[in-house]
Write a protein that binds this ligand. Sequence first.
Ligand SMILES: Cc1cc2nc3c(=O)[nH]c(=O)nc-3n(C[C@H](O)[C@H](O)[C@H](O)COP(=O)(O)OP(=O)(O)OC[C@H]3O[C@@H](n4cnc5c(N)ncnc54)[C@H](O)[C@@H]3O)c2cc1C
Length: 397
Amino acid sequence: MPGSLRIAIVGGGIGGLTAALALHTRGLDVRVFEQAEVLREIGAGVSIHPNAARLLRRVGLEDQLQKIGSPISRIVLRTSRGEPITSPEASGTPAFSSGDRGYNVHRADFLNLLFGALPKETVTLGHRCVQLKEEADRVRLSFANGASAEADVVIGADGIRSAVQREIGLQSRPTSEGIMAYRGLIPAERIPWADELKDPALWLGSGRSFLLYPVARGRLINMVAFVPSDVESEESWSAPGDLKMLAAEYAGWDQRVQDTINALGETFRWGIYDRAPLPYWSKERITLMGDAAHPMVPHVGQGAGQSIEDGFALAVLLEGCSAKDVAGRLKLYETIRRERTSKVQALARMAGKLYRSEHDDPARKAAGVREWMAQGTWVFGHDAERAAADALADFGR
Ligand SMILES: Cc1cc2nc3c(=O)[nH]c(=O)nc-3n(C[C@H](O)[C@H](O)[C@H](O)COP(=O)(O)OP(=O)(O)OC[C@H]3O[C@@H](n4cnc5c(N)ncnc54)[C@H](O)[C@@H]3O)c2cc1C
């Protein structure tokens, strides 16, 4: 593509691959450098809510999302004893009535879908970026294997321990939410009542919550069990967890919760951390996206969703951009996305606190859910491409 910007993305996770797809669809010249020798994802589910699903639909992924995903139409809420939390705001959730549908997917299926939608030569595996050097009119990338590359724009989509973040002079510190999660995947046939589980189900108890949703078209049930923690559990997604300790945390809860825990073959611990919003994301021709820019706690299911929004916003802002305008466009990207993702980060913390409030009263739990959902409809109804296009139009005036 002569004359077109050369865009390098560091990191081939959900954010990096989606950004590549959005940029490629707009005809931009993009390459992804991923450290792993083979693309792989942890065994877990991820929710793709309407704000992200509507963008993926526009690049032609609707049929494939339907094939791999379980549609989300509402969240079924219960107290720890299994009593329904029935306020219309809580179970009919305005969040899911924005017209577009979301999906729960297995992370590996989703990553494969994104990878398969890109031209083969887009993703280069086995390349861990170790250094970025800004030269007069380009950036030089160096990799641990001795290789190097150059690009007009570099996007750091390299997750919570981002090397690109470090290369632009930032250092963010993890902040614990004072909880940890046990997570696991269970074959549906091991849970006697799995047929009932069409939509995500969330049990809200005193200081704890328990989330289940189907993935892989209902073949597997994804579990995330949030419990208090005063130990600094590592910021890991895959440390082994103890099934007996997990069962003890939920002793006396609804039988469905206990059945699920008993059906688990293994569980993993996940330290729940986020980081305060960064003071900036971009430096000249380099910027950040996804968890490298704005890791968040998982209570509104938006970590992946916000990284998907970032990629589509970047594609709008970089389309038709000349090399001399790159720094200005990246600053514009940072301005619109930093404001939105900081609000989502704060909302996710607030939702977690309300979920785990120290009582087990259905009416008060419903009021808490209502409180965050009333503030959260803007999350699911957002159109990141339109917001970027509007910002660009204002910028050009
Ligand atoms: C168990 C679990 C459940 C979750 N559930 C949800 C959910 O329901 N909904 C939701 O929206 N979010 C969810 N999240 C959060 C979401 O998964 C993350 O926010 C999202 O994956 C961020 O994507 P990313 O591409 O920015 O980062 P990552 O997925 O971390 O990808 C970063 C990539 O960069 C690569 N990399 C790192 N360093 C380098 C380097 N130096 N050079 C080259 N490559 C590098 C890594 O190998 C990796 O492939 C969940 C997270 C977990 C762990």
